[in-house]
Every structure is written in structure tokens, then in C-alpha cells.
Design a protein around this ligand. Structure first.
Ligand code: FAD
Length: 465
């Protein structure tokens, strides 16, 4: 169960490349995550021929759901942030109704083992921390007035540095930045930790300060758009499969269970791809929209000596680990985003009223410090999850009827200090080769919005040629 096996028999294999499309007009997109799908949609909508090749038997990548040995799972707990613009706009063009795809949450919760009461915050806390954290006067047993006051100079300086000197900000780990600005220990653990590790897993000692402020900064001019949406079903079912269908309606082709083994390169120009099956497909352009590790391998096989790619090859990946389980009754009274600072629980939520409505109880958890967990036996990861839930008073976990530990180690670029300068652009110096993926350079970090921006930039690069 540890890593998904992409090479099993396809459940939904699609038609092969349309033999009527001459290869000199075709773009091949490797990977059907949101980056690959958004790129393919833009190209198909512009009247270009496009073929998407996806290794897994289903589309969606990190925004997917599937059946894992008899249990319905997802890649992990996902939230759709109201200030995203290009993702909703793309989905609307593809005919996907956001109001059917999402449930909007009204509040969020933070549970700490030593706090007598949970902190409950209005929705703005994720994307407008300055306003909301400081305005959270009702949570005094969770955070003292001194803790709150210590956050004021920290946020003020951080947003200023995010604009004025982003490269320098990216070199400073969040914990160090917080210490420099005299954030109290309790505010660091109870507020900054959930807003960092709770979202991108890494502990504050590693987490880039640029990534921290960069996640919230786009929300400041769009405060009126502050909402958090939970998916109304599995993400392949309600978002990515309908998006792939829209690409096919526009004349494109999406093939699943079609892992690409290597690029076909002639005279330093990318001319197509070879599949694991040995099939060779020629094209005018190839967009590598696989996850970071696979993309690095595909490009490095032919272009390891190209100096422009050196920072990209040095960009590190980080693992992610999630625990998902079913119960005879809901674990939590509401389906809302919950953080568990001071425990192994990053962010988590009950989903039996939103994403997995056919289950009486269903919880999904993103675990923090995945480097320490990714290679542990799953029973041990599960035990740590149970212990953490008990620590914050959620003993209901003892009645769990089934669980899965879903993890991967090659999907995310590492959001640690110093990574920003290594992220590659979508348009590469190699003729015929484009990159897409949340790890490529765009302002929305490792998010669904970021993946869409990257795909659209790659498509624009192709349309310009
Ligand atoms: C647990 C978790 C929680 C998250 N929470 C949020 C959230 O709340 N909000 C948010 O906005 N974002 C969230 N994200 C991040 C978001 O899912 C990603 O940023 C986004 O989905 C990345 O899309 P992508 O297309 O760049 O990459 P991926 O989705 O990783 O797509 C890459 C695709 O390439 C395929 N592939 C790889 N190798 C090959 C090959 N050789 N041949 C063919 N295909 C190949 C893979 O199978 C995959 O389908 C979360 C992610 C995870 C894992």
C-alpha cells in the first residue's frame, strides 16, 4: 500500500493517439495532474492537437481518489481556497459547476494537547492571518494577549519582506524569522506551526519564511474572496475526470495507464516520448507535467549537462504521509478544517458529510514531519496517529473500522529555506521541451492554483511558438 502501483491493468484506458493527427502538429503532455490537464485544456481550446499520457489508471495525480485495496481513498485532505482565480475560471470553462463541486466551510478549529479549549477561528485565518489572528479575541484560553501581540511585528515585517526582498526571505527558516521578531514560544507552536507544518508538513525549523508568507499574501487584496471549500466527492470524480472529459470534447485525447519511460531526443530537440510498453509517439512538443522526481529523471537522462537545468536538478523533493480511516460514526461534530499543533497531526477533518458521504464516519489527516514517517511500517504510523488523536481528546478513533496510510516520496518540491531560486521556468532552452507542475516557478507554491498556473504558462509558451 505504501506507494501506488501505476502499472496495473487500466480501468479506464482511453483510445490511442489519433492516427489522423500528424506528429508535427501534436503536443504530448506527460502526466494528468492539474498541471498537465490545465495545459492540455488550454491547447485543445486553442484548437491544437493534444495527447495526455498518464501513468496511473486514473487522472488527477495529487488531486485524485481511487480504491486502495477495498477502501475509497484520496491523495490527501485538500481545501479549495476562495482566493484562487485561475483554477475556478478553468473549471468553469470546462463546464464544471463549482457550487456542486464544493461545500464552503464556515470556521476552522485548532486543538492543542495542553489547551483547555480548542481555538475556533473564522474562515479568514488561513489566508488573512494578520487580520484574523489579531482579531481572534475570543480565543484567550488558547492564546494569551501577549502571544497575540507578539505576532503583530512578525506579520507586518514578513509581508513587507515578501514584497521587498523575497530571495532573502526564502533563505530564512520560519522558526528563525519568528525568533528574530520575538514571537512567543506559545504563539509559534499554536499559531505559526499549524499555518506552516499543518499545510506543507515541514517543521518550522525547516519551513521557508517565503513559503509561509507567500501562501497568505495573495489573499490580502482578495479578502472578500476568503472562503475554504471542501470537495463534495473524490477529486478525480468531481474535478479531474470531468476536466479530462472536457479536453476530449475539444478533440484532445487522454490516455491512462500509459507511463512514459523516456523522451525521444534528436539533435538536442525533443521529438516525442517512449512509453514503458515500448510504444514510441512522435510530436512537435512535449510538456513534462509529471511530479518533480519523475520530471527530473526524464529531463536529466538527456540534458544532464545543460547548465540552465542545474538548479532544477538540485531542487529537492519531500515526502507526504496521510492517514485515512472509517468509523461507525463521525469522529468530529462538524466537517471543518482542524489543526493539531504539538502532535503528529498537521491538518485534518471529518469528511462523512462532505467528500465521503456514503460513510457513517470518515476522517483524513495530513501528518507532519513526513521525513520521519515515510519509511516506517504502516502499523507504526497508524499507532502514532491514534496516540495523537487521543492526546487532543478524540478517543473516538478507537472505534475505527478500517484505515489506510497513503504516502509518496517524489511528488512535492521541498518547501524548505533556499528552494525558491531552484524552481525552473515552464519554457525551457531545449526546443520542443516544456515543463509544467506545481514545482515550476509560479507564485502559488505547491497548490492546485499553482499547478494550473504552471500548465497555462507551458501552454502559452507552445502557442507562442
Ligand atoms: C496530501 C496533500 C494535501 C494537499 N492539500 C492541498 C490543499 O489543501 N490545497 C491545494 O491547493 N493543494 C493541495 N495539495 C497540493 C496539490 O495537490 C498539488 O499542488 C497539485 O495537485 C499538483 O499538481 P501537478 O499536476 O503539478 O502534479 P501531480 O498531481 O503530482 O501530477 C503529476 C502526474 O504525473 C503522473 N506521472 C508521473 N510520472 C509519469 C510518467 N513517467 N508518465 C506519465 N505520467 C506520469 C503522475 O501519476 C501524476 O498523475 C495537496 C497535496 C497533497 C498530496
Amino acid at each position: 500500500m505504501k506507494h501506488r502501483n501505476f502499472h496495473k491493468e487500466s480501468e479506464e484506458n482511453h483510445l490511442p493517439q489519433n492516427p489522423n493527427v500528424p506528429s508535427e502538429e501534436l503536443t504530448i503532455v506527460v502526466g494528468a495532474g492539474l498541471a498537465g490537464l490545465s495545459c492540455a485544456f488550454e491547447l485543445a481550446e486553442a484548437g491544437r492537437s493534444v495527447l495526455v499520457l498518464e501513468a496511473a489508471p486514473y487522472v488527477g495525480g495529487r488531486t485524485a481518489n481511487w480504491n486502495e485495496n477495498g477502501m475509497e481513498v484520496e491523495s490527501g485532505f485538500h481545501k479549495f481556497i476562495g482566493y484562487y482565480t485561475l483554477l475556478p475560471e478553468l473549471l468553469e470553462r470546462a463546464g464544471i459547476d463549482l457550487n456542486e463541486m464544493l461545500f464552503w466551510e464556515k470556521s476552522m478549529e485548532t486543538r492543542h494537547p495542553e489547551s483547555p479549549e480548542p481555538g475556533v477561528f473564522g474562515l479568514d485565518v488561513i489566508r488573512a492571518p494578520l487580520k484574523t489572528v489579531l482579531g481572534a479575541l475570543g480565543n484567550n484560553s488558547y492564546l494569551t494577549p501577549a502571544d497575540k501581540a507578539s505576532l503583530i511585528p512578525f506579520f507586518a515585517a514578513g509581508f513587507k519582506d515578501y514584497v521587498a526582498r523575497p530571495e532573502e526571505l526564502d533563505e530564512i527558516p520560519l522558526k528563525e524569522y519568528a525568533e528574530r521578531h520575538h514571537v512567543t514560544e506559545q504563539a509559534l507552536e499554536r499559531i505559526l506551526e499549524p499555518l506552516s507544518s499543518g499545510i506543507f508538513f515541514l517543521p518550522p525549523e525547516q519551513y521557508s519564511s517565503y513559503a509561509f508568507f507567500g501562501l497568505f499574501a495573495p489573499g490580502i487584496p482578495r479578502l472578500h474572496k476568503m472562503r475554504i471549500g471542501a470537495f463534495s466527492g473524490g477529486m478525480t470524480d468531481v474535478m479531474c475526470r470531468p476536466l479530462a472529459d472536457a479536453i476530449e470534447r475539444l478533440g484532445g485525447t487522454v490516455r491512462t495507464s500509459a507511463p512514459v519511460k523516456s523522451l525521444i531526443v534528436e539533435q538536442q530537440t525533443v521529438r516525442g516520448v517512449e512509453l514503458e510498453s515500448g510504444e514510441r509517439l512522435m510530436s512537435a512538443n512535449v510538456v513534462v507535467a509529471a511530479n518533480i522526481r519523475r520530471s527530473q529523471k526524464l529531463v536529466a537522462e538527456h540534458f544532464s549537462a545543460v547548465s540552465a537545468f542545474r538548479p532544477f536538478f538540485d531542487l529537492e523533493a519531500m515526502p507526504h504521509v496521510t492517514a485515512q480511516f472509517e468509523l461507525p460514526a463521525p469522529l468530529l461534530p462538524q466537517d471543518r478544517t482542524t489543526f493539531g499543533p504539538g502532535t503528529q497531526l498537521g491538518s485534518f477533518g471529518e469528511q462523512s458529510r462532505t467528500t465521503f458521504r456514503d460513510k457513517p464516519g470518515r476522517t483524513s489527516i495530513i501528518l507532519v514531519d513526513p521525513d520521519a514517517l515515510v519509511d516506517l511500517p504502516e502499523e507504526e504510523v497508524w499507532q502514532r496517529t491514534v496516540d495523537s488523536l487521543r492526546e487532543i481528546g478524540l478517543e473516538g478513533v478507537d472505534s475505527a473500522t478500517d484505515y489506510r496510510i497513503i504516502r509518496g516520496d517524489e511528488n512535492f518540491y521541498r518547501l524548505s529555506a533556499g528552494s525558491e531560486k531552484k524552481r525552473p521556468k515552464q519554457v525551457t532552452p531545449i526546443p520542443g521541451l516544456f515543463l509544467a507542475g506545481d514545482y515550476t516557478k509560479q507564485p502559488f507554491l505547491a497548490t492546485m492554483e499553482g499547478a494550473v498556473i504552471s500548465g497555462q504558462r507551458a501552454a502559452r509558451g507552445i502557442l507562442k511558438t
